[in-house]
Design a protein around this ligand. Structure first.
Ligand code: IMP
Ligand code: MG
Length: 204
């Protein structure tokens, strides 16, 4: 697996995002709503940085599933777990790992507004702008990346690799090959089984 964004790069960028969020905070109760499962690691790091900056947000989760085939979420977005926290009149920060077609976050943003949120801002660690299928621009973006399937730091391929502390590009060839991957800042040689082409990847 080729590391695309290292642990250190993620840490620095998450701090900058937290600073931008804290600057824009309007003093009204902030509710952070994270999209399961992919956002869990980004959420945990972001919340700790927000706490360092004196913010005291509520935290909740929402889960969406898209029905369609392949890596493009052509289907409808269904909310399979709604957040339980009251959002009426509050500022909501919707947090996800990555925006691709834009369907998931635009759907969830509309949903939270319909529930009465005063303002719904969106925050993603990664953005693949070249893949957009609906008009959607997140308020806070960590990194813009090219159209490659990535894993790690919460993101999976077939429920694998979510635990990685860095973000890697999934190999597109079959077989097994030696790769250098960055773990905890140190370069180490690992035997990394390469995966099938992610075109068959299921959508979260
Ligand atoms: P969208 O609705 O097409 O914007 O899809 C967003 C969701 O697709 C994200 O929350 C991820 O779960 C998933 N996704 C999109 N691209 C990738 C990727 O490169 N790796 C892992 N998951 C991805
Ligand atoms: Mg997701």
């Amino acid at each position: 697996m080729l590391p695309l964004i290292t642990e250190l790069e993620i840490r620095l960028r998450v701090s900058q995002i937290a600073e931008a969020i804290a600057r824009d905070a309007d003093g009204r109760g902030l509710v952070v709503v994270a999209v399961l499962k992919g956002a869990f690691m980004f959420l945990a790091d972001l919340l700790r940085r927000l706490a360092d900056l004196g913010l005291e947000p509520r935290v909740d989760f929402i889960r969406a599933a898209s029905y369609g085939s392949g890596t493009r979420s052509k289907g409808q977005i269904k909310i399979s777990l709604d957040c339980a926290s009251p959002v009426k009149g509050r500022t909501v920060l919707l947090v996800d790992d990555i925006v691709d077609s834009g369907r998931t976050l635009s759907r969830l943003q509309r949903h939270l507004k319909a529930k009465g949120a005063a303002r719904v801002q969106t925050c993603v660690l990664l953005d693949k702008p070249s893949r957009r299928e609906v008009e959607f621009q997140p308020d806070y973006v960590g990194f813009e990346i090219p159209d490659r399937f990535v894993v790690g730091y919460g993101m999976d391929f077939d429920e694998r690799y979510r635990y990685l502390p860095f973000i890697g590009i999934l190999e597109e060839t079959r077989g097994e090959r030696r790769r250098r991957v960055s773990l905890n800042g140190a370069l180490s040689q690992v035997r990394q089984p390469l995966l099938e082409h992610p075109k068959s990847a299921p959508r979260a």
